[in-house]
Design a protein around this ligand. Structure first.
Ligand SMILES: [Zn+2]
Length: 255
């Protein structure tokens, strides 16, 4: 059956002499692998639409029984040039694509996940500052959509409201669902500790309506590093596959 879907190109690799196997995250079918015949020829009908980070309309010959679908046509829906022109934007975008690849399953539809990815890529493309914040926003929302929303509002130890609870250090424990107040953190639980301001930023990220808001949050280098570590710690605990991301270190060093 010939089907049309919006998609984001997650990965692309050479196949035989002239073709490519491309991993798409589609609105209609979730993550889908497609064969693009002749995609590497000089007059390829696919143009540059199969490069990672491309936001495209894809037409597939689709058979449910097949694990590799055949790509008939693919056209850029909205060019995201700024993502390829700025190395820091590219690093943040590639991290999002890797996470999508790690957390999604073949042929498992999740339109909300698709919307999150597209929204963050468009926002990052247009951003003039706070690039890395877009990635943090993506990660915080990813936790929500995967069903692992951490509780940053009340203490996981004593139930006290965390905002205004005082103390400079709080602990975060993914398996226990979120954050601990200063008093509970100090009780030898072996928690990873963060400053209270980092928790406020994580809470703001959870409440933001869109990724543009995240780019307006101003953080110094220490805070930024803490927010990044905390979010990655939460994601890693829940998603085993993320631990094995090969290029994470490479992208982190660019950012
Ligand atoms: Zn407590």
């Amino acid at each position: 059956m010939l089907v049309t879907t919006e998609a984001v190109v997650l990965k692309s690799m050479k196949f035989r002499d002239s073709s490519k196997i491309v991993t798409l995250y589609t609105r209609e079918f979730g993550r889908t692998s497609v064969l693009a015949k002749g995609a590497r020829g000089p007059k390829s009908r696919f143009g540059s639409s199969l490069e990672p980070m491309s936001y495209v309309t894809a037409i597939l010959y689709r058979k449910e029984s097949r694990s590799l679908q055949l790509l008939s046509r693919c056209e850029s829906l909205r060019p995201l040039r700024s993502l390829t022109e700025d190395l820091r934007k590219m690093a943040a975008a590639m991290s999002m694509l890797e996470l999508m690849n790690a957390v999604s399953h073949e042929e498992e539809k999740n339109p909300e996940l698709f919307e999150l990815l597209v929204g963050c890529l468009l926002s990052l493309n247009a951003a003039t500052k706070g690039y890395r914040n877009t990635l943090y926003f993506f990660e915080v929302r990813l936790l929500d959509l995967l069903g692992f929303r951490p509780n940053f509002v009340t203490c996981a130890g004593c139930g006290k409201e965390l905002e205004g609870a005082g103390g400079t250090q709080i602990g975060i424990q993914a398996l226990q669902g979120g954050a601990f107040c200063h008093d509970c953190t100090g009780q030898g639980r072996g928690l990873e500790t963060y400053s209270n301001g980092t928790l406020s930023i994580l809470r703001r990220m959870q409440d933001l309506a869109d990724p543009e808001g995240a780019t307006r949050i101003v953080m110094d280098a220490t805070r930024e590093s803490e927010v990044g570590t905390a979010v990655r710690h939460l994601l890693e605990t829940h998603v085993e596959a993320i631990r094995t991301l090969k290029s994470e270190g490479v992208f982190a060093s660019i950012l």
